[in-house]
Ligand binder design. Sequence first.
Ligand SMILES: Nc1nc2c(c(=O)[nH]1)N[C@H]1C(S)=C(S)[C@@H](COP(=O)(O)OP(=O)(O)OC[C@H]3O[C@@H](n4cnc5c(=O)[nH]c(N)nc54)[C@H](O)[C@@H]3O)O[C@H]1N2
Ligand SMILES: Nc1nc2c(c(=O)[nH]1)N[C@H]1C(S)=C(S)[C@@H](COP(=O)(O)OP(=O)(O)OC[C@H]3O[C@@H](n4cnc5c(=O)[nH]c(N)nc54)[C@H](O)[C@@H]3O)O[C@H]1N2
Ligand code: SF4
Ligand SMILES: [Mo]
Length: 722
Amino acid sequence: MKTAYRTCPLCEAVCGLTITLDDDGHVTEVRGDGDDPFSKGFICPKGASLGRLDEDPDRLRAPLVRTGDRWREVSWQEAFAAVEQGLSRVPGPGRAVYLGNPNAHTMAGALYGPALARALGSRNVFSASTADQMPKHVSSGLMFGDPMTIAVPDLDRTDYLLMLGANPLESNGSLCTAPDFPGRLKALRARGGRLVVVDPRQTRTAKLADEHLFIRPGTDAYLLAGIAHTLFADGLVTVTAPVAGLDEVERAVADLSPLASAEVCGVPADVIVRLAHELAAAPTAAVYARIGTCTAEFGTLAQWLVDVINTITGNLDRPGGVMFPRPATEGPARRKPYRTGRWHSRVRGLPEANGELPVATLADEIETPGEGQVRALITVAGNPVLSAPNGPRLGRALRGLEFMVSVDPYLNETTRHADVILPPPRVLESGHYDFALLNFAVRNYARYSPPALPLDGRPSEAEILARLAVIASGQGADADPALIDELILDGMLRAAVADEGSPLHGRDPAELRASLEGTSGAEVRLDAMVRLGPYGEWNGGVLSLPELLRHPNGLDLGPLEPRLPGVLATASGLVELAPPTILDDLVRLRAGLGRRAPEFVLIGRRHLRSNNSWLHNVGPLVGGTNRCTLQINPADAARLGLGDTAVVRSAAGELAVPVEPTDSIMPGVVSLPHGWGHDGGFQTVAGQNAGVSVNTLTDETVVDPLSGNAVFNGVPVAITAG
Ligand SMILES: Nc1nc2c(c(=O)[nH]1)N[C@H]1C(S)=C(S)[C@@H](COP(=O)(O)OP(=O)(O)OC[C@H]3O[C@@H](n4cnc5c(=O)[nH]c(N)nc54)[C@H](O)[C@@H]3O)O[C@H]1N2
Ligand SMILES: Nc1nc2c(c(=O)[nH]1)N[C@H]1C(S)=C(S)[C@@H](COP(=O)(O)OP(=O)(O)OC[C@H]3O[C@@H](n4cnc5c(=O)[nH]c(N)nc54)[C@H](O)[C@@H]3O)O[C@H]1N2
Ligand code: SF4
Ligand SMILES: [Mo]
């Protein structure tokens, strides 16, 4: 018997788990880790099923190579040779990479994903970010200077939380890393605080709130503009942060009055005015908006308005407001001011953001002939055939590729099109550190989980990605992937010793390199990052890899602290409240003022026991209320004469779906969860609970223009009885 302490990698809440293993490495029990200072023993049904997932018999154990429809297990050496052969047929500009969501939850994704993207030799870098949070990066980049400088609600101290388009009772939170989010919301109410939820559905989170407001999907930017307008018009503006552009913002929202906004968003004007007054009057307040507001037509405008309101109510960067975490691996501040559109996609001319192109245009890039046509694709931890808008079209496009390689533990709707599949090892065979998610944590915190089980000669996911990067850069399948680590370490250490402000100034990089610890390239790089980071041993603090290893249950690094102006990386050194790119986009918002809403619009849905497309093969997590049904208001269902099945049509496609009438959804809105539609018979349990893919209906031709983000909420649909 053995006990392993590990961070759960399944969602953004980073809960600590205590896992019991028998002598053969089988998981016998998973509990919440009561000694974790952040999650304090919290666990959800997904975390509790981690053992089942990790030992799923349908998980791939060896690399697969495809010939026609036949799959063959091969050795790692043979698999990498096949990748080298395949990629060599398509030179750099014709290659693309798609990095899926779990890259935010693996060390490999954080440490080697960027190296792989750089090694491609092409600008065809795509990720799940443009089906998710890219609007937040763009607005934060333009306002604060760095797309990763994201203000998170100070959940544990706020007196008032206005939450839009998030359902943390199902999702456990996003861009707000907070284990036991539900408990933190209950604590907010218990200390006399107020929670207001804005959502077209009365979700479990909405039921917990003091107030729930229905909103027409896709129109949050109107509601938020109406609030900002009221703050200016009623003399409620308090600005404590160093800002530029306050007058421009006032002028920009002058014609977006509560009355005008109410007509589009459906929240009554007097309620919009009251929300503004409540936000201004609360001792501290935070506005927090997530996926429902990001994956929408005015995604970036909504994210911008969120931080405008936080700033002009005096809540930016103060305890109880929204704050900037200080993660243990924080690197030096970026030097160049942030901008988007440094290049554009070949076919649709969509602007780059964060060095990426929108996944909504990946199929265009594969299907459209000409110079730069994508003919080879690498996917890592992604299932875009189910997760991208108009997934079926993307699936057809993948069939036409000259070569595709996928790093994924499953044969699924996307990886079935690959020529080679490289499976990462089990979760318990991998080390874990949350490089990405701890940037957004509501407390400063660090925790490293070393591998709990040995790899016995198989490559770690870090080694798989490093080797792919080495192959893509033309160094051949036999070159040493550790070279990548040494190159990156050398760059970090050289920059540190050259920095006059660093305690390491003038030291010898080789001597520093020699003092780093770790049993893998990934561990050594983690050691370097935390030593150089704000709590690091090389920075007057105590943190290092050995120190992390001495605290397997995690280390509390204290509550969030004010970080302005130092955290800003804008050219002006100020919070840019009125970036011109964003103000220009208000033209679209104003143009929508008189617009008539479609009869029905579609939105998404998440369920606690699901996770995007890939937990449907774990028996205890499927079935029950976690089902792929079309939620519709009973009045709408009756008016349309719907029986058990409805046919839903959109500009992109058509689906027949089981109907679930419920009062919890507002009239004129229907909801389907994403990640279903498991065809191909690759996964036993998932195949028995296949469902349909909502992304048959979502339209890849519509994006949020500033971020290129896909639009999943507010999709116009027509509904008839099936
Ligand atoms: N159990 C579970 N947890 C997950 C995931 C999962 O699939 N399952 N996925 C993970 C991922 S990748 C992410 S990004 C996060 C997302 O985490 P959240 O942002 O909390 O996502 P959802 O639970 O989908 O909640 C979005 C809410 O927005 C509402 N909504 C839809 N359209 C609109 C709109 O136009 N305006 C407003 N105001 N609301 C709208 C929906 O009804 C829904 O209740 O969750 C993560 N956690
Ligand atoms: N209609 C609609 N569509 C949506 C959304 C929505 O709300 N509505 N949400 C969007 C959001 S927020 C997101 S983040 C995207 C997600 O989009 P994707 O990232 O493309 O899809 P996932 O379903 O998360 O697929 C994850 C893949 O990673 C694999 N995997 C799991 N763990 C690992 C690992 O450790 N290593 C490797 N290499 N692979 C692993 C799984 O087997 C699976 O194939 O979907 C988006 N799509
Ligand atoms: S809330 Fe998220 S991190 Fe915590 S146990 Fe559940 S899936 Fe894992
Ligand atoms: Mo996501």
